[in-house]
Design a protein around this ligand. Structure first.
Ligand SMILES: NC(=O)c1ccc[n+]([C@@H]2O[C@H](COP(=O)([O-])OP(=O)(O)OC[C@H]3O[C@@H](n4cnc5c(N)ncnc54)[C@H](O)[C@@H]3O)[C@@H](O)[C@H]2O)c1
Length: 387
């Protein structure tokens, strides 16, 4: 098959700065023979891509106007990260992005119906799998990395603000942006935070990461090691399989980062009763897994998701122990858009390189099969293609 033209669209989601294609992966696709067109990033800072237009130009990509995908020839493959702007117009291209319409999310029918109505196809990024059934690209590593970072910031903030003031929004620490330009900026700031906190506490924070062998968990462990907090309990299934929670080791750590993949009901890792322990040191929980509304949430000490502009929620605790805050943000990688996009895009690259053979490549065949299965579940049957 000939090389299809890849058209990377500008994101249209508020505060989304990440990108499915990066200058690095665009270069590799160009080198392999793919024509790569990249829409100019929005000039609105709330929608601006972390990678500047110049960076794509220097990588050899051709820059085209923002939003030009809508009138582009239909043989282009339109690559984005998050969902398209809400509309009713039929879609006639092949799209690669997270559409959030396969799990019957609110409004899924009209989002999904736009593709068959226009003769288009959706390859949903969330469901791209290799031949072993593992997702080819996910954002987990940087979710854990940022989650552990916010936990460190909260720990230090609590110690340096004993009046009970909660950690302010991320814009306070990032010159109003609400995200870090790069990992170095984040790590340098956290090293200062740890030093300030340690002056008050007399020690660096101890932490327990649960699910430490997974994507999110390994990111959390790496962050803690990079900022120089080596007292980390790295737990995964071997540590929990023969013992039910609540676990005293969690209560006796300063920071708990939960990164497990919850696939079945399990006893809580920590609950309000266990927090009454006189040995409690725990003052920050970052629930990266965010099974907040799941009836089997293994951290039943809070019930709301938090946000980057209000990152923590307090937990009422009895006794003389420290105050306790929970972080439960469900889009953590957005705080580190450069590195999280690079990691995601490079994991996606082998699949993108196979787009010219997509009629035989298992990853795209699987995605197309799933698309047709989902379309066939639309109420009222598969919509007719509109002319
Ligand atoms: N908050 C965010 O921004 C964000 C972003 C990405 C993913 N997530 C969520 O994070 C969770 C983890 O994702 P992942 O990609 O790292 O999954 P993963 O499958 O790579 O890792 C999960 C790990 O948890 C371990 N585990 C499962 N049950 C356990 C138990 N009872 N005790 C100890 N260890 C256990 C597994 O062995 C595995 O190592 C998912 O729920 C995912 O939806 C959140």
């Amino acid at each position: 098959m000939a090389f299809p033209t890849l058209h990377a669209r500008a994101e249209a989601k508020f505060l989304e700065h990440r990108s499915a294609l990066t200058p690095t992966t665009a270069r590799k696709l160009l080198d392999a023979g793919y024509p790569v067109l990249v829409e100019r990033s929005s000039k609105d800072p709330n929608y601006a891509r972390i990678f500047k237009d110049d960076e794509f130009e220097q990588a050899g990509a051709t820059l085209i106007p923002e939003g030009s995908w809508e009138s582009a020839p239909t043989d282009r493959i339109i690559i984005g990260l998050k969902e398209l702007p809400e509309a009713e117009t039929p879609l006639s291209h092949t799209f690669v992005h997270f559409a959030h319409c396969y799990k019957q999310q609110g409004g899924w029918e009209s989002v999904l119906a736009r593709f068959p109505r226009g003769g288009g196809t959706l390859y949903d990024l969330e469901f791209l799998q290799d031949s072993t059934g593992r997702r080819v690209a996910a954002f987990g590593y940087h979710a854990g990395f940022v989650g552990a970072a916010l936990a460190i910031k909260t720990w230090a903030w609590q110690l340096t603000h004993p009046n009970g003031e909660p950690l302010p929004g991320l814009e306070t620490f990032t010159d109003g942006r609400g995200y870090y330009n790069n990992e170095d900026e984040l790590i340098a700031q956290l090293k200062d935070d740890v030093a300030e906190g340690a002056k008050v506490a007399g020690h660096k924070p101890s932490s327990l990461v649960l699910g430490a062998l997974g994507r999110c968990g390994s990111g959390a462990v790496d962050l803690l090691e990079k900022v120089g907090c080596p007292e980390i309990k790295k737990w995964d299934l071997p540590e929990t399989k023969d013992r039910d929670g609540p676990y005293p080791e969690i209560i006796e750590s300063d920071i708990f980062v939960n990164c497990i993949y919850l696939s079945q009901p399990i006893p809580p890792f920590v609950n309000l009763e266990s927090l009454k322990s006189p040995n409690r040191k725990l003052s920050v929980v970052c629930d990266v897994s965010c099974d907040t509304t799941n009836p089997h949430n293994p951290i039943p000490i809070y019930s709301v998701n938090t946000t980057f502009d209000k990152p923590t929620v307090p937990v009422p605790v009895e006794g003389d122990g420290p105050r306790l805050s929970v972080i439960s943000i469900d889009h953590l990688p957005s705080a580190l858009p450069r590195e999280s996009s690079e990691a995601f895009s490079s994991a996606l690259l082998p699949s993108l390189l196979a787009l010219k053979d997509r009629d035989s490549a298992p990853v795209w065949q699987g995605a197309e099969k799933l698309f047709h299965e989902k379309v066939s579940t639309l109420p009222g049957g598969v919509p007719k293609k509109e002319t």
